[in-house]
Design a protein around this ligand. Structure first.
Ligand SMILES: [Zn+2]
Length: 322
């Protein structure tokens, strides 16, 4: 199995002051041995921030500093474990790392609010190696509106600054991630984005009615851009509140295949981005094998599974600017 996982929040967990461990050994879902066992070729590591953590402590500007801390942390980790892990800023880097037997780590930003209206921060993040950004998390920010059960929020889209950001990301060759966006923001992003648009960690709303998931129309629209969606293993997005079940994962993948075609589904585990599950049938990357087997049982070919695990995401990552 070769794996490209489009999303995890492990950096956020490991940079928490109360947390012990590092990328080699920790009590998170993702660590280097589990990735090696799984056959991970690329792991996208989100620099995620929740602005609520910085309320009265600097807000988005403090969150932006935390993004830098996470980028620096990953850099130091790869110096520490340079035999096993290397940063990648392009597909060329991924190929080189893979030949050397190293897992590629790519850095992304989840919560574009950290730009806080400063376009130069986008340029700076690019310089630091960010090649994909999730403009929204779960709050309204300087870019636009987030997913919400409140229709008045869900229909609202990009703000003028947000439109500039998406346009500039296209010029830079940064991938835009619509996971967490409102339906209005989704539409505006698709209108402005150059190249494939992705949902790094979102499932199907038809199967699990949650504003974080994609409608069938959205799946079709993303597929038309050449984009992908990464299957998220969080129970509520799969359909069962406190459990993450393989049976539901297979249903979402099959639905994505039906609605978006063979080039559409990918993996975006969201490992270490959520708590509160009483049962996780896949809790570490090496256990994704169980999902592979379950889909095979449903008649999905090995060639198609390789697309879902690896090739569909590879196609998108190859399109990034160097
Ligand atoms: Zn997320």
């Amino acid at each position: 199995m070769r794996i490209i996982d489009m999303h995890c929040d492990t950096l956020w967990k490991l940079t928490d002051p109360g947390k012990n461990g590092d990328l080699m050994e920790n009590d998170c879902s993702i660590d280097i041995p589990a990735m090696q066992k799984a056959g991970t070729v690329v792991q996208l590591f989100a620099c995620f921030t929740d602005v609520k953590d910085y309320r009265n402590k600097g807000g988005y500007d403090a969150a932006y500093r935390h993004v830098h801390e996470m980028m620096d942390y990953l850099r130091k980790q790869q110096e520490c474990y340079s035999e096993d892990l290397a940063l990648a800023y392009s597909w060329h880097d991924v190929k080189r790392n893979n030949l050397a037997g190293r897992i590629s780590a790519m850095m992304t930003v989840e919560e574009g609010g950290v730009l806080n209206g400063h376009m130069e921060r986008l340029e700076e993040l690019y310089q630091y190696g960010i090649r994909l950004m999730t403009p929204m998390w779960n709050y309204e920010n300087c870019i636009g509106y987030p997913n919400s059960r409140d229709k008045t929020i869900m229909y609202q889209g990009l703000k003028p600054f947000g439109k500039e950001v998406i346009t500039r990301m296209g010029e830079l060759g940064m991938i835009v991630d619509v996971s967490h966006a409102s339906d209005g923001t989704f539409k505006d992003i698709l209108f402005l984005a150059k190249g494939p648009v992705v949902a790094t960690h979102s499932n199907c709303r038809e199967l699990a009615e949650h504003p974080r998931n994609l409608t069938d129309e959205m799946i079709g629209d993303l597929a038309n851009t050449g984009g992908i969606a990464g299957l998220n293993l969080y129970g509520p997005f799969l359909g069962t509140k406190k459990e993450s079940k393989i049976e539901e994962m297979t249903a979402h993948i099959l639905h994505m295949l039906n609605e978006g075609g063979s080039e559409f589904p990918a993996i975006g585990t969201d490992f270490d981005g959520f708590d509160g599950m009483t049962r996780m049938e896949i809790a570490h990357p090496d256990e994704l094998e169980k999902l592979w087997e379950a889909l095979k049982q449903k008649g999905v070919s090995e060639a198609q599974l390789d697309k879902i695990w690896y090739r569909n995401a590879k196609r998108v990552l190859k399109g990034m600017a160097v």
